[in-house]
Design a protein around this ligand. Structure first.
Ligand SMILES: Cc1ncc(COP(=O)(O)O)c(C=O)c1O
Length: 444
């Protein structure tokens, strides 16, 4: 498929499956994100199988995959060691609902890899683990309000599904944004406990903290904002968050669902040298199976350890998912593996920059090699916060993504999301990707 442009009708089977799905699945999908992320509109593609960095749809079209299940399939698809380990578990029992030895080994490995991880708890999804971290912070501090940053995403559950992507009309004043529920059905009382702040703005941060002195249990952020096209933290900003939270007795939570184990063995906290009180992990942790974790300071986790703060889950750290995570983290704990991911991504980022420069198309490629995004802004400047992205040319991103897809490169269709690179990418894959990038730019 690579190098060739998809002919009309090449994805007709996906269209037919989507028509059929709409009579049984609500909206034809299993997650709201599938429609925005996995287009092309008006129907999503149905993937049949994958191996390494490649996936194939139900029509047999092959794609180089930079969605990799939103970063989860970090080792690539059908990694042989992962497959062998999981097959062995399938033969011996996937779940007992009891303690198991794998979860202990896995927690010990996370302790060794992640700077803040003095104690660990497992969950099944990022949303659940965020809920666990917020519960732990509230239980520890006895306070209920949480500060979150406009545009940052922390899962679909009510707790923090606030001001994820407000439009300009509803977002409110820049320095004191409205708390906008992401969906009907989120109670006003829950939204009332969330205070929203612009990202990367020290003065706005201090003003919000001062206005709610003594009220915050936690400040939570995506250290690299994967859900805002990989907006990077301004130099010193994460350290400022650390200082302010320490000074005010607020629990600093890094949502490392996207950055964790991907931006290096110790995640963003190791990359930037700023240690939060709690951190949340999912995606790359499970290598494609559903497992998540929250982890952090011993004293903050202590009420949970003592059973005063409650957290449960039938499926937490099942032998199947814990094994997937153990195998995955043993890979990612080898510096050569995350280095390969990083360098592969950097090569693609450079190809995008070169193609954009050659064709004088204003855009910026931002993030790190392991996760990045192309943002079509008129001035070609990196975004500092969510509202910058409201000015980006999303239609052009859509056209770029569509042109990539037609050339056999599969990336998230949503311009505020990002590319995720897997460890399975080969030199040939990179050559083909760079060629497709060049071809896609020629159409813009
Ligand atoms: C930064 C971040 N936090 C939390 C979540 C929620 O994770 P999950 O979809 O596993 O519930 C996501 C999902 O994309 C995410 O990107």
């Amino acid at each position: 498929m690579n190098g060739r442009i998809q002919p009309p009708g090449a994805t007709d089977s996906s269209r037919r499956w989507f028509e059929r799905a709409q009579t049984s699945l609500a909206g034809g999908i299993s997650s709201s994100a599938r429609m925005t992320s996995t287009g092309p509109n008006p129907y999503p593609l149905y993937m049949a199988d994958g191996s390494g960095a490649r996936i194939r749809d139900v029509d047999g079209n092959e794609y180089l995959d930079y969605l990799v299940s939103y970063g989860s399939a970090v080792l690539g698809h059908a990694n042989p060691q992962l497959t062998d380990a999981l097959t062995a578990v399938l033969h011996t029992g996937t779940m007992f609902g009891t303690c198991n030895t794998v979860e202990v080994e896995l927690a010990e490995l996370i302790q060794a890899m992640v700077p803040c991880a003095e104690l660990v708890r497992f969950a099944n999804s990022g949303s659940e683990a965020v809920q666990g971290a917020v519960r732990a912070a509230r239980g520890y501090t006895g306070r209920s309000k949480v500060l979150k940053f406009e545009g940052h995403y922390h899962g679909w559950s009510d707790t923090l599904a606030v001001s994820n992507r407000p439009d300009a009309a509803e977002a409110g004043p820049y320095a004191a944004p409205h708390a906008v529920p992401h969906s009907p059905g989120i109670p006003a009382g829950v939204v009332g406990d969330v205070v929203v702040c612009p990202w990367n703005d020290p003065a706005a941060l201090r003003a919000v903290l001062d206005a709610h002195r003594g009220e915050f249990a936690a400040v939570i952020c995506e250290p690299i904002v994967a859900n805002n096209a990989c907006t990077m933290p301004a130099p010193g900003y994460l350290s400022l968050l650390r200082e302010e939270c320490t000074a005010r007795g607020i629990i600093l939570v890094f949502d490392e669902v996207c950055t964790g184990f991907r931006t290096g063995p110790g995640g963003a906290q190791a990359l930037f040298g700023v240690v939060p009180d709690l951190a949340v992990f999912a995606k790359a942790l499970g290598g494609g199976l559903p497992i998540a974790a929250f982890a952090g300071r011993r004293d903050v986790m202590e009420p949970l350890a003592a059973g005063r703060v409650k957290h449960g889950g039938t499926y937490n750290a099942s032998p199947l998912c814990a094994t997937a995570a153990l195998v995955t983290l043993r890979h990612l704990n080898q510096p050569a593996v995350t280095k390969h991911i990083e360098e592969s991504g950097l090569r693609i980022m450079e190809a995008v920059q070169r193609a954009a420069h050659d064709r004088r198309i204003p855009c910026v490629v931002q993030g790190v090699g392991a996760m990045f995004q192309t943002v079509f802004t008129a001035d070609g400047m990196p975004s500092r916060q969510y509202r910058d992205l409201l000015r980006a040319d999303q239609a052009r991103h859509g056209a770029f993504r569509h042109a990539l897809l037609g050339r056999g490169v599969h990336v998230n269709a949503f311009g505020m999301a990002c590319w995720f690179v897997s460890a399975a990418v080969t030199e040939d894959d990179l050559d083909a990707t760079c060629e497709a990038v060049e071809g896609a730019f020629s159409t813009l």
